[in-house]
Design a protein. Structure first.
Length: 116
């Protein structure tokens, strides 16, 4: 079990849209997954056991979500790296073509009125 710091508590309050005048005025404590397992071994009432089972299942779902997010983030990073390399290659080719075109162009005669 640990106490949330002020930044975590403010972030949690804004996500839950609590009012500034009501509710808890101190940082709450939160349980880690291991803390919930230890609490489950101490409490013996049927209601406490059911709640602890639900909390453990919530931790399992959160872990699966976090692992999926990490995998998705890694794939996105790889995609960005590959795409950046491709864009760099395209940029280099277009730059080379533009320079080649500048060298090949002949000076053009001006169009319009000229002063003699």
């Amino acid at each position: 079990m640990f106490e949330l710091d002020l930044f975590e508590w403010d972030n949690l309050r804004t996500q839950n849209a609590t009012s500034s005048w009501g509710g808890t005025r101190y940082q709450p404590f939160a349980f880690t997954e291991q803390g919930v397992a230890m609490l489950a071994s101490v409490l013996n009432s049927p209601k406490a056991i059911q709640i602890n089972i639900q909390i453990v299942w919530a931790f399992i779902v959160l872990r699966q979500y976090a692992l999926g997010y990490a995998e998705l983030n890694k794939k996105l990073e790889m995609f960005m790296i590959e795409t950046n390399v491709q864009f760099n290659d395209i940029y280099e080719v277009l730059t080379a073509l533009a320079k080649k075109k500048e060298l090949e162009e002949k000076p053009r005669n001006p169009i319009g009125y000229t002063k003699h």
